[in-house]
Design a binder for this molecule. Structure first.
Ligand code: ADP
Length: 674
């Protein structure tokens, strides 16, 4: 209080006491500014106009008592010291009970004025601390009100648990989730109430860890657990437990969220996903089967026509048979496009990653494309960036399919000029390189409007041209999906009347020896990519039928249940100079293999009774004791990915898909027998 001027109001009607008060202030040099009210009325007026630090007041004045102004003073939070005559202590007690902060007894010698300053200081101090306490209490009350408002409006259950595991707080949402009112649970053990019997020990253990582990590994992390409702039913909940210290005691806040609906939605989603997966598997199976069903008769048509073409036909017969052959190849292309498209639609298209050598790959394309270009008097050239690594890895069969589609389109829609294939490097870094393949033509081009329609399934931009050229309108849509599945992009630039450039950019990882080797000369799924076959006059051997008969007197076992396919293959093998034993199921194949020494077995995979996979396993087992190994090549009409792996796993050595062409069969014989 030092150095501070205090504003004091003295309420006193005794003039001598007033004088004594003033004298004491002057004498003691007290730093007081004071006003004197000689009556209650005057006191009341002064109090309404001024602010004081302290009021010193006689109890009884001529026009009333201190009580008449006490309320005003108390309301202003001003400390009051009451002065009473000697012997009037009782009055002092009354005044204090009524709200006065201290009292002084006016002794006749007026010694009380000697302790005036100390009494005033004490009263002010005590008033200040009372006020501070009051403010603190009010603040606490307000924050408690806020806390209650927040917790009772929260959608999550909020539970406070003390270190003994007893519930200390329980909000409205917790009441809804568990069915207990706050009164029912406060002070009760949380686990005893809310942990379902089967989970009790687990909870106990987790809580123990929570309390003892230094890292509090559960703290603050939401976990999904099961709680128990008052009605005995289990409730799935998400629980977040956080420890905190309050007045030296450890508490845990449990934030509980009812996840019944979320769990139900999850379950429904799971069921829907499972159903979709089942449906997808069924679609995949259907695709495999339909592929088999379509390709088997196609084997008959294409292969028998191929054989027929080689039987010395007259020119008209040759023309008819060539037309059948071309139409068959064309139909097969359409079927393959639709199957590919369906594979993407049902999510069963698998993209492989294989090593391959770029130069033979491009040469192979050139060998196929050049004659087609020549037929239309177009020039075909390839430009290869020398910076491109010689070995790359991606899915070469699919890349070949895309490029063949673009190249055949380029030839199809170009009447004069040239078609070219450019392969260039787009940059190289540690993760690999990007390579750009561009197919450019000098054809009629595509208008900007038509360009927008491309790459969508079933779109052919020019109906009249399409009628002239045919096509399913799926080629570009499939190419786009394949490119994207390989992590690349595809696009085009075109000027009407001047030509088009279709390009694709693919990422290539550096080739690694562990990956399967792919050789363009030895690719297996020949048919899937043989779009060009539809424009081909049958192979060169027509001119010289004896040219390909190189394998003499090799004994081959042919296992094929389909009558037409069996006949075709038998003719082909005979033509290739082999003698053939034809059997129609797996168990006959095992017997035949046990009794004869075959140079090679062609094994159909899907046969009624014992299939080709089982038969191969049995033959391989029997061979163990004899120390032999006959090459077995699978012939299958299933065009789904994974078939090759199944064949190799069963112990087969090679795999070809139907329809099997003569050249292909020759390649297999050359590879395994010669
Ligand atoms: P299709 O199997 O019918 O050839 P595509 O998807 O491969 O189907 O091609 C769709 C259409 O895009 C074609 O019918 C043709 O109208 C147009 N088109 C594709 N390539 C070219 C090109 N190089 N020049 C002009 N038009 C083209």
């Amino acid at each position: 209080m030092e150095n501070m001027v205090l504003k004091v109001l003295l309420i006193e009607d005794d003039l001598i006491d007033q004088m004594a008060f003033k004298r004491a202030i002057i004498k003691q040099k007290l730093p007081y500014q004071y006003l004197v009210a000689g009556s209650i009325k005057e006191a009341s007026r002064i109090l309404s106009d001024h602010v004081f630090d302290v009021v010193v007041s006689d109890f009884e004045l001529g026009d009333g008592t201190l009580f008449d102004v006490l309320d005003i003073i108390i309301e202003k939070d001003v400390p009051i010291i009451v002065t009473t005559g000697t012997g009037d202590e009782e009055i002092a007690v009354r005044a204090i009970k009524g709200g006065a902060d201290d009292y002084m007894i006016k002794d006749p010698e007026r010694n009380y004025l000697n302790i005036l300053a100390t009494t005033i200081d004490k009263a002010i101090e005590s008033k200040k601390s009372i006020l501070e306490r009051k403010q603190a209490e009010e603040a606490l009350l307000r924050s408690e009100e806020k806390f209650r408002a927040i917790t009772s409006s929260a959608l999550d259950g909020i539970i406070l648990v003390n270190s003994q595991g007893h519930i200390a707080f329980w909000n409205t949402a917790a009441e809804h989730i568990f069915g207990y009112s706050s009164q029912e649970v406060l002070g009760h053990g949380l686990l005893e109430l809310l942990a379902p019997a089967g989970y009790y020990d687990e909870y106990q253990y987790e809580l123990h860890i929570l309390k003892t582990s230094e890292k509090l590994r559960l703290a603050g992390k939401p976990i999904e657990v099961t709680g128990l409702h008052k009605n005995g039913l289990e409730v799935p909940i998400e629980l977040t437990i956080s420890p905190f210290e309050l007045e030296g005691e450890i508490f845990f806040s449990w934030i509980v969220r009812d996840i019944t609906e979320r769990k139900q939605t999850e379950q429904e989603l799971n069921e829907a996903r499972e159903a979709a997966e089942v449906a997808n598997r069924a679609k995949g199976e259907f695709l495999a089967n339909i592929s088999h069903e379509i390709r088997t008769p196609m084997t008959g048509i294409i292969s028998m026509t191929e054989l027929l073409l080689d039987t010395g036909l007259n020119s008209q017969q040759l023309e008819f048979a060539t037309t059948i052959f071309d139409a068959g190849q064309h139909l097969l292309k359409v079927i393959n496009d639709i199957l590919d498209y369906a594979k993407f639609e049902s999510g069963v298209m698998i993209i492989e990653n294989k090593n391959f050598e770029l130069l033979p790959f491009i040469n192979n394309l050139t060998r196929i494309i050049s004659p087609e270009a020549a037929k239309k008097h177009l020039t075909f050239n390839t430009q290869l960036d020398p910076k491109i690594p010689s070995h790359l890895s991606c899915d070469p069969l699919r890349l070949r399919q895309i490029l063949l589609n673009l190249l055949t389109n380029a030839i199809k829609f170009t009447d004069e000029g040239q078609v070219s294939l450019q392969v260039s490097m787009m940059g190289k870094n540690v993760s690999g390189s990007k390579i750009r393949f561009a197919v450019a033509d000098t054809g009629k081009g595509i208008s900007p409007d038509d360009q927008k329609k491309l790459f969508q399934p079933f779109v052919q931009v020019d109906a009249s041209i399409t009628r002239r050229h045919g096509g399913s309108g799926l080629g570009l849509a499939i190419s786009k999906r394949l490119v994207e599945a390989m992590g690349g992009t595809i696009g085009l630039g075109s000027t009407t009347g001047r030509g088009s450039t279709f390009w694709l950019v693919l990422p290539f990882t550096p080739s690694s020896d562990e990956l399967n080797e792919y050789s363009a000369e030895n690719e297996l799924d020949h048919i899937v990519n043989s779009k060009l076959k539809s424009y081909k006059i049958p192979p060169t051997y027509l001119k010289n039928p004896n040219q390909i008969i190189t394998n003499t007197a090799h004994s081959i076992l042919l296992v094929e249940d389909d009558q037409v396919a069996g006949m075709v293959a038998q003719f082909q093998l005979n033509k290739l100079g082999c003698s053939v034993d034809l059997v129609t199921n797996g168990s006959e194949a095992i017997n035949a293999a046990a009794q004869n020494d075959y140079a090679l077995i062609f094994m159909d995979c899907h046969m009624p009774g014992m299939d080709g996979f089982q038969a191969t396993r049995a033959i391989r087992e029997a061979e163990l004791s004899r120390g032999q190994h006959v090459p077995i090549t699978a012939i299958t009409a299933r065009a789904l990915e994974g078939d090759k792996e199944m064949c190799l796993q069963a112990g087969m050595d090679d795999y070809i898909s139907k329809p099997v062409e003569l050249q292909k069969m020759k390649q297999v014989l050359d590879h395994w027998i010669l």
